[in-house]
Design a protein around this ligand. Structure first.
Ligand code: ADP
Length: 363
């Protein structure tokens, strides 16, 4: 085998290795600083990691060595590890990410729900998606990071303040979902003018100081838009995937495109697009009438080169259920919305398996 072919094979094998607790592999993460293969099949890898967790780094080193050694044609492997304590305040993206991973060690995947602009139903989608995933047997948490209008407390009918156990905040548990919101912590009606770093700080606190326990998925309801705060969040929180919520109008394409570009810039896989408020669902017969052009979300996904996760019909019952603290998929577990969110939830789960490679077992 040619040298460069062997190098490609080894790189491919390294893509099966991920940092403990993370779904993204070490190659896409930028942990592999150099990789050399000589004519005798000897492989030299240098991994560079900024982490507070030397055991995790050592585990990655061993897994990388095993993965490289498993490639046909490889005769010897040496994997060197260069550790750096994460530098502050100018932390690198991966340093911040591995720190954030250490913050929520029991969480398998963090999934962001985002939108290019406000009012498209991002929070509605995030909460119904979370409850639907819980119905499907997943252990789910939901973190409302929408600083501009935290709405999850209302959507889950939570009026009290969260309890503290020592230094740890206890999340609320509603409909099988562990819920925490910046809204529980901010004073009601406080005008919130937050810059990116403040949002990130608050979010890191919510990630680290809340007793999430073991979760399959932690859904984060991001603030709408693609500004500085959102970009910083996507860089600093170890996201396994992002879901972009849009509405059927043509103009929404522009916003969805911005959202997609933001995640691609920071290498977060986009699970796909959800089209919300697509078609009016008749409150009497359940039939869906398309007010805007139908298939807009699908076209948007196609144009943007991402997957279409499904569409959610427009229905006054959604507003009502949001206002009364019982998400629509909970209120009517067999209704059109439960079905529609079921499709979206399955799409997200599929995307997570597609993007995250199986972890190697260490012997
Ligand atoms: P965002 O988080 O994008 O600002 P919200 O989830 O708060 O949006 O939704 C904005 C408003 O639209 C809320 O009143 C919500 O109840 C309503 N809404 C969201 N999705 C639907 C839907 N599919 N049908 C009807 N109303 C909806």
């Amino acid at each position: 085998m040619m040298n460069h072919e062997l190098k490609d094979q080894v790189t491919k094998a390294l893509r099966d290795v991920s940092y403990p607790g993370m779904s993204r592999d070490i190659v896409s993460f930028g942990f592999v600083r150099s990789l050399e293969v000589d004519d005798a099949g000897r492989v030299e890898v240098v991994l560079e990691m900024s982490t507070h967790n030397p055991e995790a780094a050592e585990q990655v080193r061993r897994e990388a060595a095993l993965a490289a050694a498993g490639v046909e044609g490889v005769e010897a492997v040496n994997v060197a590890l260069e550790m750096q304590r994460p530098a502050r305040p100018a932390r690198t993206q991966q340093a911040a990410m591995s720190q954030a991973v250490d913050l929520v060690p029991g969480v398998k995947h963090i999934v962001a729900v985002a939108s290019g602009k406000g009012g498209v139903g991002k929070s509605t989608v995030a909460s119904n998606l979370a409850v639907r995933l819980a119905h499907m047997g997943k252990k789910v948490g939901l973190l409302d990071a929408d600083i501009y209008g935290p709405s999850l407390p209302t959507m889950f009918g939570i009026t009290e303040k969260p309890q503290l156990d020592g230094e740890t905040l206890l999340p609320f548990e509603r409909y099988g979902v562990k819920v925490m919101s910046l809204g529980f912590i901010l004073e009601i009606d406080t005008p919130v003018i937050w810059r990116g770093p403040m949002v990130v700080k608050a979010l890191e606190q919510l990630l680290g100081d809340v007793r999430w326990g073991d979760l399959d998925l932690l859904i984060i309801d991001l603030p709408p838009g693609t500004g500085d705060a959102q970009l910083t969040l996507t860089q600093r929180v170890p996201l396994a995937a992002a879901v972009i919520v849009t509405t059927p109008q043509d103009v929404a394409l522009i916003d969805a495109r911005k959202g997609l570009a933001m995640f691609r810039k920071v290498n977060v896989p986009v699970a796909g697009i959800v089209e919300n408020m697509s078609g009016l669902c008749c409150p009497h017969c359940g039939e869906v009438t398309h007010i805007f052009k139908s298939g807009g979300g699908e076209r948007t996904a196609e144009v943007l080169g991402t997957d279409f996760l499904g569409s959610i019909p427009l229905d006054p019952a959604v507003v009502d259920s949001g206002d009364t603290g019982e998400p629509i998929v909970e209120r009517d577990r067999k209704g059109v919305h439960a079905e529609a969110f079921g499709v979206v939830a399955q799409g997200v789960l599929d995307a997570l398996t597609k993007h995250s490679r199986p972890k190697l077992t260490i012997v």
